[in-house]
Design a protein around this ligand. Structure first.
Ligand code: GLA
Length: 386
């Protein structure tokens, strides 16, 4: 991939191939801990081995030229003139990140850059976080900014929140930046403390199923769910000294849930509290070599996202139901924001082909959509390639 991209870069921008630098940032899949990163909970994502590549060369002036092999749109602008422009489409993500470096007082100059991504677009595997963190790593290296990865993760999330206007939590950018080969990350989103956990799943594979129902995060109900959680938290704070919904355990929630006077908001909070408990149990089980319990907790997570949090929808539910029917399925659930995108399953490796065939056939028959499947390889976080 790198070679091809470098050839294209030289064709597009001229100059010597020897003067370019190459970088990569992965996509991510979350194994368990959904919709609780913004509630101060635990999440358990891992980086994938597909993602976004960049070939870049510094310029002597202040001009930035953006291009990608994925779309025709090219954008050229001056470092001083970075503002959100709708027609600038995908380049708004890197623009937002560059702005964050400038806000922090870094002197960013011009560069030519060519991107290429192989994360299926709109699939909920974090193509935007990948593009953001990739750009952060590029700027950091080109202009010797000396930001560490966790800081760049935060800057990327801020760019998405403020420049793009999507109120996402920190999970995606964290997984993309901090991923580790064959490991998942147990991240406490309240404190940003994290631990790696080995994903050497002897005899099992992580299989991702793409429903092909696109999910637009910005126009989905994501911000509405955040507001509902915020309301539930305020109700609980009348009696409890807490900062986040995930600060309490199930027992405390049960005793105090009467404080939340609206049923929907109470359900949202119930999901957050239970999901957080599930993540902790799931990681303990995994570390103890008990993949069966891990899978059962994934199933429970899906049911809670379906019934209490209401972020699944017919496509995700259908695919998960079909996955549950396969003998070799240990666990299956929606992953990411929901309303479309992907499911993630743990499947006995002897059943992976059957899984893909059967779930694919039955899902298509029930929804009319042709799904895609990826057997996930867990990769490293963002960095330089050469
Ligand atoms: C999206 C957001 C994340 C997280 C998930 C749901 O991927 O970007 O911050 O909230 O949804 O778990």
């Amino acid at each position: 991939m790198q070679e091809q991209m470098i050839d294209k870069f030289v064709e597009m921008y001229g100059g010597e191939a020897s003067t370019v630098q190459t970088f990569f940032a992965p996509g991510r899949v979350n194994l368990i801990g959904e919709h609780i990163d913004y509630n101060g909970g635990y999440v358990f994502p891992c980086a994938l081995d597909f993602g976004t590549y960049a070939v870049v060369r510094k310029r002597e002036d202040n001009k930035i030229r953006f291009a990608t092999l994925n779309f025709n749109l090219k954008v050229e602008l001056d470092v001083q003139d970075i503002i959100y422009i709708e027609e600038h489409n995908w380049t708004n993500y890197p623009k937002g990140v560059i702005k964050e470096f400038i806000y922090k007082g870094h002197k960013v100059g011009g560069f030519d850059i060519l991107y290429y991504g192989n994360i299926p677009n709109g699939s909920g595997l974090s193509s935007s976080a990948s593009l953001e963190v990739l750009t952060a790593v590029v700027i950091n290296e080109l202009y010797d900014c000396k930001e560490d990865m966790v800081e760049m993760v935060k800057m990327s999330q801020k760019a998405e929140n403020e420049f793009i206007g999507v109120n996402c939590g920190i999970m995606d950018q964290f997984a993309v930046g901090m991923g580790k080969l064959n490991n998942a990350i147990l991240l406490d989103c309240g404190t940003l403390e994290y631990k790696y956990a080995s994903l050497q799943l002897n005899g099992y594979k992580i299989v991702i199923g793409n429903t092909k129902k696109r999910r637009g995060l910005a126009d989905s109900k994501y911000n509405e769910r955040r507001a509902e959680c915020e309301y539930a938290l305020q109700c609980l704070q009348k009696e409890l000294d807490i900062n986040n919904l995930c600060d309490i355990d199930t027992e405390t929630f049960e005793k105090n849930k009467y404080l939340i006077d609206k049923e929907i908001e109470r359900n949202r909070a119930q999901h957050a509290v239970n999901e957080n408990v599930r993540v902790k149990k799931a990681v303990e089980s995994l570390n103890a070599g008990d993949i069966i319990t891990f899978g059962k907790l994934m199933d429970a997570s899906h049911k809670s996202l379906r019934d209490l949090y209401e972020v699944t929808g017919v496509e995700l539910d259908t695919m998960v139901e079909e996955a549950w029917k396969i003998d070799g399925t240990i666990g299956a659930r929606m992953t990411g924001a929901g309303f479309g995108g992907c499911i993630v399953s743990i499947v006995n490796e002897q059943y992976v082909d059957t899984f893909i065939q059967e779930v694919g056939k039955n899902y298509e028959a029930r929804t009319g959509l042709k799904p895609e499947f990826y057997v996930a390889n867990v990769g490293n976080g963002a960095g330089r390639l050469d």
